[in-house]
Design a protein around this ligand. Structure first.
Ligand code: EPZ
Length: 428
């Protein structure tokens, strides 16, 4: 596997264009299974998870045409099987969205238990509860495959035990053709949930309330092909904003929806950053110093858990003591040991992390433990004294388009090298 070599203490300055949202596109691509026609999806990010989703569509028999780096056309009328291959499903968490889509369209689906980032146990009981509520039969797990079938799907009310993005997506997908009305209560309200609902409605679905905690889906008889553009990625934008603050820089993120970034913007301002908002861009200038603060990650519109590792890097260099309370995942601190190698002083106890700020981080050989943990290590390396090597960068490249090129465009000293390049004597 390749690795990144990053020379620290470089201020990031300039503008960076934000790509389409990973967590929207990995839901919308499976949703094209539901269309009786060609779907043209624009502004897709050029990332490994998109490649995997398109390979799965192809393996089902759909006709997939890559128009350019950011545009694809999909015709699902040629689908011949409702079974997703193991080798593709295990590459990403969102492969389980094909259960809801295939069940919704064909009344059957067989999909392997998904892969994806490890944050402790990641159950899917709420997804299955939703499918069952719609009248599907979920078969006992066999050979790691989740299989569901239904002669017909009938609308029903589903109250989610906890706010779940995945369950909200999967139940919406299964419900669009179900007879009558499906009500999803305690639904997730993330921007990518709204984007999926807007996409489905552009195909002729009848979904109301996306973005609130009650989503109503009225079943329809037919969904048509459509042309749709993916929303900008709030987490990619937040990651670059955090990198600007970490390096004492001045960066404008372009092609964003500022409203989607409100909780991130507010937290960076609380830490001393200066923020200027425009219609489709946000300028972030680091303050003279980083102020400590507390962070509790919550479902949208709270502070996003997918920004937790990145904000922890900033707090590890802030004056004073900060506390992070991870409100979504059982264990999302696997990056802490890597950050400690760089001099961070962090104590983790269950969902709480107590961070004692240090004047600066210092380069060390580290690993990307998962997608956002890896992004956090990149931020730490760009701020640290010395030259840092980051291994296992494949996790990072699952979710960040052209990361090296975009960061170099902002003045970072980062390069991608093959893993067998001799280890650096990390300069202190
Ligand atoms: C989605 O994961 C995102 N992934 C995650 O982003 C994100 O961290 C998460 O939502 C929360 O925003 C994609 O969209 C592809 P959940 P998901 O269902 O859907 C529990 C990234 O970095 N739960 O909202 O898997 C679960 O264990 C990734 O882009 C159940 O108990 O998350 C967790 O504690 C990482 N049973 C909580 O709910 C269920 O059936 C929220 O999970 C489902 C979830």
């Amino acid at each position: 596997m390749d690795k990144y070599i990053i020379c620290g203490e470089r201020r990031l300055t300039g503008t960076v264009d934000i790509s389409g949202a990973k967590n929207a596109v990995v839901a919308i691509l499976p949703a094209t299974v539901l269309a009786n026609g060609v779907c043209r999806i624009e502004n897709i990010p050029n990332i490994a998870d998109v490649d995997t989703a398109l390979e799965i569509l192809n393996s089902l028999g759909a006709t997939v045409s890559r128009i350019d780096k950011h545009t694809v056309e999909i015709d699902s009328r040629t689908i011949v099987t409702q079974t997703v291959p193991h080798d593709l499903a295990k590459k990403m968490r969102a492969s389980y969205y094909f259960i809801g889509a295939l069940l919704g369209r064909f009344g059957k689906a067989s999909v392997p238990m998904p892969g994806g980032c490890y944050f402790g146990v990641r159950p899917i009981d709420q997804h299955l509860k939703g499918f069952t509520a719609l009248g599907a039969q979920v078969l006992p797990m066999k050979n790691g495959m989740i299989s569901a079938c239904a002669d017909s799907l009938v609308g029903n009310s589903v109250y989610l035990d906890m706010v779940s993005v995945g369950a909200t997506v999967n139940i919406m997908l299964a419900a669009v053709y179900a007879e009558g009305i499906t009500v999803i209560e305690n639904a997730a309200k993330e921007p990518h949930i709204v984007d999926l609902a807007n996409f489905l409605n552009s195909m002729g679905a009848d979904i109301r309330g996306a973005g609130t905690d009650v989503i109503k889906v009225r079943g329809v008889n037919r969904l048509y092909g459509t042309t749709y553009s993916i929303i900008p990625d709030q987490i990619e934008a937040g990651t670059y904003m955090a990198a600007a603050v970490a390096t004492g820089g001045d960066v404008t993120v372009r092609n964003v929806i500022p409203k989607h970034l409100e909780s991130i913007t507010a937290k960076l301002q609380e830490m001393g950053a200066e923020i200027e908002e425009f219609d489709e861009e946000i300028r972030v200038s680091a303050g003279n110093f980083l102020r400590h603060c507390n962070v509790k990650t919550m479902p949208h519109p709270g502070f996003p858990t997918d920004m937790q590792p990145q904000i922890a890097v900033l707090l590890s260099m802030a004056e004073g003591t900060s506390i992070i309370n991870e409100g979504v995942w059982e264990n999302r601190y696997r990056y802490v040991d890597e950050l400690r190698r760089m001099g961070a002083e962090i104590q983790v106890d269950g969902k709480l992390a107590v961070i004692q700020g240090v004047p600066h981080l210092t380069a060390a050989p580290v690993k990307a433990m998962d997608l956002r943990a890896g992004a956090a290590m990149v931020i730490a390396a760009m701020a640290a004294h010395g030259v840092t090597e980051i291994e296992d960068i494949q996790y990072i490249e699952r979710g960040y388009e052209d990361l090296v090129e975009k960061l170099r465009g902002l003045g970072a000293d980062i390069r991608r090298v093959s893993e067998d390049e001799p280890a650096l004597q990390t300069a202190q």
